[in-house]
Design a protein around this ligand. Structure first.
Ligand code: F6R
Length: 614
């Protein structure tokens, strides 16, 4: 949430900062702003609305020279998305500009104190207090890095802060606690950003900053210290994808590109995880076989789409690893009293690795001594850093706000974990595990087949663009798929959409069915005869009450033909793997319907990709 960019180099900073913000706009698009240090002053421009509005304002003014600058794209927390609340924020003297991602929880107390001391605060934000605190801290010592360190020690909450000062024209100072900030190392220039995507076109050499660290960025060097002023240990790494992965590559939207990339993302997530002997090797997971053998309960924590991946994982874990498994919304987890012991394995699923609710759940689990495994997509992000072990998905950068390819790879990753635990605990024979892995290896091709047959789905979506409500039904692993289909439609098309367990319908939701209400039904494979036949009965029940039935069923399943107003086919695969093919039409459906309604599918209203506030 909120994207931040900082640059210190020898090229005009403005363009580099703006280009960086364009790559971070997925993190928030309520307002955007920049501050450039030039001619002994800090010049800031900020505008409510998307980055395009800021670009317009900048184009209308005199271009700022200057080779040091910062920028921000906002997802509003404190104060509405107006020009006044847009970042950067300034101190009373105008010498300081600061941008922020996160929430400063004690800002009201700090603000009151500052106002008593005579500071004039011009916005409703929590961030502005930091600019004035820096002003006070600078009064004594004239060093922005030291001032930042002093101020950070007074702040509660989560923050990434990046600031510049007119009196130190060659320096950008950043700090982080609980929110992301990475350094990009160039030649004669260095970068700061919430995500490597912001500087990937300039350098792929990055530094992972740790918790409670301050970084001083200059053209020719980077210095990192902790909040106590001691030199800090940092981890350097090379980003393994390039700028083309962060571009649309000919698609109208990132979401379309990311949907199309799913076969590759699934294949990449499987790559290198089976040894020569056919056994799964997940060494990178950092949890020993001994530790896994001790596990007697699994709890999965995640949010949104990742939570739906967790709900599906439960079926696989209980079936293959034969361990009890609970799935919990990360935002709820630590507010009850979860029973956690050393033999509980908590699995945190997160694309970004920065979701604050999930991060807090990870911390809570570790405090209770549970072992925690992260399943994440972003290398070096906070969640994998704080977990005992990690299994990375290899979806590549996911930029559209709505998660698609990350979801499929999360499924693959949790399946691998479930199978690995089964292999380690001996609940499945090696050849059984291998047989499932072989089926998984065939999934990219099946997903590709689904993608080739999406035109009827798109036509259907366009025909439903004026509907007010769509319901989604499923059973077993089809139920979380129904939830995911509904979530995609809500977030992209702003339509009322609900997912239900088909068996629950008769306990209440069937009252919603009325003439022509579109209801999407995910039908399990025929091989699961009881499950399958039950849902076929459910389809008849809703059709009898006037529903317009949109049925997703495997190729060759003739039993549903008579009851489907629209029939969408997916390749036949075993039940547990079916979500990998049944989710795809629902993604395409939501994307097309939202486009037909004229929405920006990459940047749906009110949302941001990486949710770094609780
Ligand atoms: C929905 C979506 C969100 C995320 C959720 C968790 O399309 O993208 O629901 O799945 O915010 O995000 P991560 O996976 O980054 O923890």
């Amino acid at each position: 949430m909120c994207g931040i960019v900082g640059y210190a180099g020898s090229r005009p900073a403005l363009q580099i900062v703006i280009d960086g913000l364009a790559r971070l706009e997925y993190r928030g698009y309520d307002s955007a702003g920049v501050a450039i240090v030039a001619d002994g002053e800090v010049r800031a421009t900020r505008r409510a609305g998307k980055l395009a509005r800021l670009r317009e304002s900048l184009a209308a003014g005199t271009p700022s020279p200057g080779e040091v600058g910062i920028g921000h794209t906002r997802w509003a927390t404190h104060g509405p998305p107006t020009d006044r609340n847009a970042h950067p924020h300034r101190d009373c003297t105008g010498a300081i500009a600061v941008v922020h991602n996160g929430i400063i929880e004690n800002f009201a107390t700090l603000r009151e104190r500052l106002e008593k001391d005579g500071h004039i605060l011009a916005s409703d934000t929590d961030t502005e207090a930091v600019a004035h605190l820096l002003e006070d801290a600078m009064a004594g010592q004239q060093d922005l890095t030291e001032a930042m360190r002093t101020v950070c020690r007074r702040l509660d909450g989560a923050f990434t802060l990046v600031a510049v000062h007119a009196g130190q024209p060659d320096v950008v100072v950043g700090a982080r606690r609980n929110s992301p900030l990475v350094v990009g190392r160039g030649t004669g220039e260095n970068f700061l950003a919430s995500d490597v995507a912001a500087f990937i076109e300039h350098t792929r050499d990055a530094i992972e900053l740790g918790q409670d660290q301050v970084v001083e960025l200059r053209r020719d060097g980077v210095r990192v210290i902790d909040f106590d002023g001691r030199p800090a240990d940092v981890k350097e790494y090379h980003v393994d994808w390039d700028v083309s992965a962060a571009e649309k590559g000919g698609y109208d939207y990132f979401m379309l590109k990311e949907i199309a990339e799913q076969p590759q993302a699934v294949a990449d997530t499987l790559l290198g995880r089976v040894g020569m002997d056919g056994r799964l090797t997940l060494d990178e997971m950092r949890l020993s076989d001994e530790e896994l053998r001790e596990v007697d309960k699994i709890i999965i924590v995640a949010c949104g789409t990742a939570y739906h991946a967790g709900l599906i994982a439960k079926y696989a874990i209980e079936h293959w690893a034969q361990l009890p498994c609970e799935v919990e919304l990360a935002s709820e987890f630590r507010y009850r009293d979860p029973i956690l012991t050393r033999t509980t394995l908590v699995i945190a699923i997160s694309q970004s690795g920065e979701t604050m609710d999930t991060l807090m759940a990870v911390r809570h689990a570790r405090e209770q001594r549970a072992r925690v495994l992260g399943i994440c997509n972003v290398n070096g992000s906070s969640i994998p850093r704080e977990c005992d072990g990690v299994l990375y998905t290899h979806a590549g950068p996911e930029i559209a706000v709505a998660s698609t390819k990350a979801f499929l790879t999360q499924l693959v990753a949790v399946y691998l974990v479930a199978l690995y635990i089964a292999q380690t605990r001996g609940t499945k024979w090696a050849d059984e595990v291998f047989a499932v892995v072989q089926l998984l290896a065939g999934m990219p091709e099946k997903v590709e087949k689904v993608l080739e047959t999406m035109e009827p789905v798109r036509a259907l979506a366009r025909s439903l663009a004026s509907e007010k409500c769509v319901l989604f039904l499923g059973r077993h692993v089809g139920y979380p798929v129904a939830l995911e289909g509904a979530l995609k439609l809500k977030e992209l098309a702003y339509m009322h959409a609900e997912g239900f367990a088909a068996g629950e319908l008769k306990h209440g939701p069937i009252a919603l069915i009325e003439e022509n209400l579109p209801v999407v039904v995910v039908v399990p494979p025929r091989a699961r005869d009881v499950l399958h036949d039950k849902i076929v009965s459910n389809i008849q029940e809703i059709r009898a009450r006037g529903a317009r039935t949109i049925v997703i069923a495997e190729a060759g399943d003739e039993s549903v033909v008579a009851y489907a107003d629209t029939l969408l086919r997916v390749p036949a695969v075993p039940t547990l793997l079916q979500p990998l093919v049944t989710t795809v039409p629902l993604q395409v459906f939501a994307c097309e319907l939202a486009t037909a309604k004229g929405h920006d599918v990459d940047q749906p209203r009110n949302l941001a990709k990486s949710v770094t506030v609780e």
